[in-house]
Design a protein around this ligand. Structure first.
Ligand SMILES: Nc1ncnc2c1ncn2[C@@H]1O[C@H](COP(=O)(O)OP(=O)(O)O)[C@@H](O)[C@H]1O
Ligand SMILES: [Mg+2]
Length: 628
């Protein structure tokens, strides 16, 4: 098979029109997107902003709240019924006792059913909101521009997606439960007051103690949990850097230092956790003992009242049951307040990402790009990564690449060559001038169609941890095996792929580290060729590939490129030789343009850059030997 076969079979008869119609990769969503979004009004409190998402899960929300109210009412009623039953025993009322026991059984069954229902519903609600938040966050992250990722630490984003969403979930699961137990408390309290005011006060006398000791416990433990979380994050970072940076660590033989850094953080984590458990061990038994004291006081004072005939034995029983029942809300109310603070902080961090405006978006009603020829024109483009003009990278940059033409951009490192490629695909927005494809302003068309027309291969290709086949088919998931192999052959990758253990099914290690740099670059080229874009930009894409292999790739590309507009960013003579025309870039401007020979004759800077590139190339080969 020749390279020309590739071309015709990829594009059909009309070779000039490589991809006249833009069709987005058709992916059927398997899961419906979240029904609601976070309220965009940044002035609202976090719960108000989150409310639309919570409310969209109407069924679990209503089931949870109503079920909870019923379950609590049944729970509070039980001691009251038991009280009547015991009093029925006292007065020898057999049939009354039977009915009351049946009612008690009914209450137990009802509490079981509603208790199960509301717990299930509330947790379901919390997990559904968590899933929604995760989807919303990730969806938003995909819309954010390169500039956002330039200034964001990936660890931060990952932690937002994990622990922050989790702490909101915990709050959502427990807050309604605890609010309802507080309700229990109020109902029971009123009920007790109606029976006997003084006995109620005695029964509740220990509760302030529970609250105070609980508060002490929280004041000690809560800061410790924050510290523990921070230490955990540090540990994760150390482990992550050790694994990802293992090549650097080992080449400097710095394992000892890394082990020490980890041990130190691990030791701090241990200390924090032990301190927390020490506080728990000290305070928790007190909290558990207090209700027993309360019960003893009820028995003592209530017992005296009963002997005097002022209250019944049933009342005594009911009160001691309430003393136990009322501890829980008291113990947990403080917890829910803390959890609310934590969830609030987490929500702010998540909203911070969600409120980040994507800088580069489709204009309202923008049409798809339809490139029939593939002329690329930069007109007086200026751009800088920062806001100030002092850091301008491009300064009135103008360049027209004719359809089917191959242009090499040559310049010193840092002269802005890669920036040109990033502006063409609108990874960044030019601050002045215009960029057009076939006279269609790239700002006026959809981003997806624009990027579909441009195949951009970077010098450091990113491979996913899947099979070689899936990596090549990334941009065209429905490609057949023949198409994949054809693309791999054009990129001179087929040979080495078949020599891998599982051929095309070989799973490459993380980021493709089981392959050499040159092999990764060839897979990246195959990935782009498979998509067959009418405009190809190779940004140092063959820098790690052997010169002889590169020549073979270029032979294949030559066949493919005839009708394709190509921009080569390169410093190797062999790569530059492929171009019809060379433009020389310096200080953000095209300073010369012509054939290789012409520039060689007229531009000292050009000669100098090539000589430097040649020298570093030669020395690198001396050191590494062949393909890197
Ligand atoms: N993401 C970025 N954020 C800030 N500055 C950048 C970024 N990328 C590149 N630069 C700067 O822009 C200039 C041009 O970079 P680049 O286009 O990558 O050069 P080249 O590809 O010619 O080596 C350099 O001075 C570089 O430091
Ligand atoms: Mg570059």
């Amino acid at each position: 098979m020749t390279a020309t076969d590739d071309q015709t079979s990829h594009t059909g008869a009309n070779a000039a029109m490589h991809a006249p119609n833009f069709e987005p990769v058709a992916v059927e969503p398997r899961f419906p997107p979240p029904a609601a979004r976070v309220d965009p009004n940044v002035d609202l409190g976090w719960m108000r902003r989150l409310w639309p998402v919570v409310r969209s899960h109407r069924r679990p929300l209503i089931t949870g709240v109503l079920g909870g109210i019923v379950a609590i009412a049944l729970g509070v009623a039980a001691p009251a019924v038991a009280r009547s039953a015991i009093d029925a025993v006292d007065s020898g009322d057999r049939s009354g006792l039977n009915t009351l026991v049946l009612v008690l059984l009914g209450l137990a069954v009802g509490r079981f059913v509603f208790g199960a229902a509301y717990r299930y519903a509330l947790f379901e609600l919390a997990w559904e909101v968590e899933t929604d938040l995760r989807a919303l966050l990730y969806e938003h992250l995909t819309t954010l521009s390169f500039s956002y990722y330039d200034r964001t630490q990936s660890g931060q984003v990952i932690s937002r997606a994990n622990s922050d969403i989790r702490s909101i979930q915990v709050f959502l699961a427990f807050a309604p439960l605890i609010c309802m137990s507080v309700l229990t408390f109020l109902v029971a309290f009123v009920f007790m007051l109606t029976i006997h005011v003084q006995l109620t006060l005695v029964a509740l006398a220990t509760l302030p103690g529970v609250y105070v000791v609980g508060q002490k416990l929280r004041n000690t433990v809560f800061p410790l949990t924050w510290v523990a979380q921070a230490r955990m994050a540090e540990l994760a970072t150390i482990v992550d850097e050790n694994i990802n940076g293992t090549r650097v660590v080992k080449s400097f033989a710095a394992e000892e230092r890394q082990i020490n850094a980890l041990a130190e953080t691990a030791e701090q984590l241990r200390w924090t956790n032990v301190e927390a458990i020490r506080a728990r061990a000290r305070y928790n038994p007190t909290i558990e003992a207090l209700p027993r004291v309360g019960m003893a006081m009820v028995l003592l004072y209530g017992g005296l009242l009963a002997i005097d005939g002022q209250v019944s034995v049933g009342t005594l029983f009911a009160f001691s049951a309430y003393v136990i029942m009322l501890q829980a809300p008291f113990r947990m109310f403080g917890f829910v307040i803390l959890q609310a603070q934590r969830a609030s902080a987490s929500a702010q961090r998540i909203f911070e990402v969600l409120d980040e405006d994507p800088e580069i978006v489709d204009e309202e009603g923008a049409p798809d790009l339809v490139a029939t020829e593939g002329r690329v024109s930069f007109d007086n483009v200026s751009f800088g990564y920062g806001d100030s003009d002092a850091t301008a990278v491009l300064n009135g940059f103008s360049l027209v690449v004719e359809p089917g033409e191959t242009v090499a951009i040559v310049g010193r490192t840092g002269s802005g060559k890669s920036t040109v490629a990033r502006l063409l695909t609108r990874f960044y927005e030019a601050s002045g001038g215009s960029i057009a494809i076939d006279d269609q302003d790239t700002h006026k068309v959809t981003l997806a169609s624009l990027r579909h027309h441009i195949g951009l291969v970077f010098d450091e290709p990113f491979l996913f941890s899947t099979s070689v086949r899936d990596n090549i088919a990334y941009g065209a998931p429905f490609a057949t095996d023949e198409e994949i192999i054809r693309a791999a052959k054009s990129a001179q990758a087929h040979q080495f792929i078949t020599e891998l253990d599982d051929g095309y099914d070989t799973v490459v290690g993380e980021r493709g580290y089981t392959l050499s740099g040159g092999q990764r670059q060839r897979i990246a080229i195959a990935r782009t060729l498979l998509e067959n874009p009418p405009i190809l930009v190779l940004d140092d894409a063959t820098s790690a590939i052997d010169v002889t292999v590169e020549a073979a790739i270029h032979d294949a590309l030559h066949g493919l490129l005839d009708q394709r507009t190509t921009i080569l960013i390169a410093h190797r003579l062999s790569t530059i030789a492929l171009a019809d025309r060379v433009v020389l870039l310096d200080r953000g401007n095209v300073v010369a343009s012509g054939t290789h020979q012409e520039l060689l004759a007229s531009e000292p800077l050009y000669v100098q850059i090539l000589a430097e590139a040649d020298r570093s190339e030669a020395s690198e080969e001396d050191i590494v030997g062949g393909e890197r």
